[in-house]
Design a protein around this ligand. Sequence first.
Ligand SMILES: [Zn+2]
Ligand SMILES: [Zn+2]
Length: 212
Amino acid sequence: MADPDTGGETPCSCKVSTVATDCGLDDVHAELRQAWERSDGKSVRELAAEFNRRVLSAAFADAGRLPIDGELDNLYRVLTDDDVDEGSRTRAREQLRQDGIDVEAVEERFISHQTLYRHLVNCLDADQETATRTDAERIETWETRLRALQNRTENVISQAISQLRNSETIEIGSYDVLLDVNVLCEDCGTFYTLSEFLDERACECQNPSDEE
Ligand SMILES: [Zn+2]
Ligand SMILES: [Zn+2]
């Protein structure tokens, strides 16, 4: 099944992978990981529900049954939501059987958010830290990295000047190298120093309703 050229590798043999392979969702792993790690990412719970709706969708496709708009969402809710009464669930299952869908097999394939969490962290090595960090923590991490990069750059420039001075290629007394990094907003032409910009987090010209 593995096809490295399309990114559709099976990363592990846990339930998520097995079900994904069975349902023809080989590409789902990279998607899951990205969706979870993104800063505005979805919760593991939401992603597990999405995955399960795709499992349900695959079962419909296998049975040659085309779901009507919103049907899968509603059906998934009826099958899994604790607030749904048992009568509705029984009727939904019966309807699925009549449509030629092995509802027990489908329900067995549903994954819990715990199972998905383990798949993300253990099998896909997804970065839980990135996914749960706040904006402020994310900015701080980058500020530290960038400050280190800035210091290294300043040192390299100092060394260059010092070597050139030693070879008497250039002349200078005592000196210091100061590196300023600016961010230019190309939409409105405003210049910020990097730290100003990271403090502000958005240019003034950007949608004011985004401000807190
Ligand atoms: Zn896995
Ligand atoms: Zn701007």
